[in-house]
Design a protein around this ligand. Structure first.
Ligand code: UDP
Ligand code: MG
Length: 313
């Protein structure tokens, strides 16, 4: 019998979890040909999330959990899930039902057809999301598509069903700076994109403020592209050429017309401008240096403080 593991990262999801669990149990009723593992990853929640999960585990031996020593972020939670999931097929899904469990049978059927190694999902609408957030999200996917070495599909969710070989490839990517949407794309494999309409969160609140999302998108760009570094070099070359041309102009003008130097305000403007560009470029370098710094320390991506699983990785 094939084993299916569902990884559910949870951070302060006490309100949403009962709905989620009920729905998954309902869907599991249709999937009797699989042995199911529900791997809840409590990402250092401050509410009763862990006790809710323990409650499930008491009456249901399919329920396994890992509880972190603090909040490590969804990326860390997903990685912990991948490292510890034992299924032949593995799926990641949010606890708030924005990744509808009802799609699972369809996803499993697609994988079982043998043509694909993974079934990924993508929302085709952004109903119920603030306009400004959708606008920036779209812009991010466009920029990312142009400048990075991986394809990140617009509206792609982390909700994915994968074969074991794909999970192993993800586990092997033990980088500290994680951006899963990029990692999924980078490792390759044949992926089917399943489209669905956006679903609103069943209960509780989103953990992503606009600012957090903005920082996450910059993380995505700098993790999978060196285009910003190229921008820095190209603007350096551009301003050097401009300066040489300007010098020649001033020099020739002085030779021909004997003009004295006039206009210090414009000079100050130029100095300020170039100074700004230099600092900006230095900042870009800094972003990459800080990533190297974090990466070289090789700190763990998550720390488990409690679990009902044997030999936790
Ligand atoms: N999550 C997590 N750690 C965090 C933030 C979020 O494990 O630090 C989980 C959260 O519990 C949920 C999923 O990641 O299951 C997606 O979070 P959320 O619904 O807040 O994001 P949104 O759907 O609004 O993008
Ligand atoms: Mg959500």
């Amino acid at each position: 019998m094939k084993k299916l593991s569902l990884i559910i990262p949870c951070y302060n999801e006490e309100k949403a979890l009962p709905f989620f669990y009920e729905e998954v149990c309902k869907v599991a009723g249709e999937l009797t040909q699989y042995e199911l593992e529900l791997l809840f990853v409590d990402d250092g929640s401050k509410d009763e999330t862990l006790s809710v999960i323990k409650g499930f585990a008491e009456q249901d031996e399919r329920v396994k959990y890992l509880s972190f020593s603090r909040n490590f972020g969804k990326e860390g939670a997903m990685y912990a899930g991948f490292c510890n999931a034992s299924g032949d097929l593995v799926a990641v899904m949010d606890a708030d039902m924005q990744d509808p469990p009802s799609l699972l049978p369809q996803m499993l059927a697609l994988i079982e057809s043998g043509e694909y190694d993974s079934v990924a999902t993508r929302r085709v609408t952004r109903k119920g999301e603030p306009k400004i957030r959708s606008f920036f999200a779209r812009a991010f996917y466009k920029i990312m598509g142009k400048i990075s070495d991986v394809d990140v599909v617009d509206g792609a969710r982390d909700f994915r069903l994968m074969k074991r070989k794909m999970v192993d490839a993800i586990v092997a990517m033990g980088e500290t700076n994680r951006f899963s949407k990029g990692i999924f794309g980078w490792i390759g494999f044949k992926t089917y994109w399943l489209e669905y309409e956006n679903v609103e969160r069943v209960a509780g609140e989103t953990k992503w403020s606009f600012w957090k999302l903005f920082k996450y998108s910059l993380e995505g760009i700098t993790n999978f592209s060196d285009a910003p570094l190229k921008i820095a070099s190209w603007s350096g070359i551009f301003f050097t050429v401009l300066a040489v041309v300007a010098m020649l102009f001033v020099f020739i003008r002085a030779l021909c017309f004997g003009d004295s130097v006039a206009g210090w305000p414009s000079t100050v403007c130029i100095i300020l401008f170039i100074g700004g560009v230099q600092l900006f470029c230095l900042g870009i370098m800094g972003q990459y240096v800080s990533k190297i710094f974090r990466e070289t320390k090789k700190r763990p991506i998550y720390i488990v403080s409690e679990s009902n699983k044997k030999d936790v990785k």
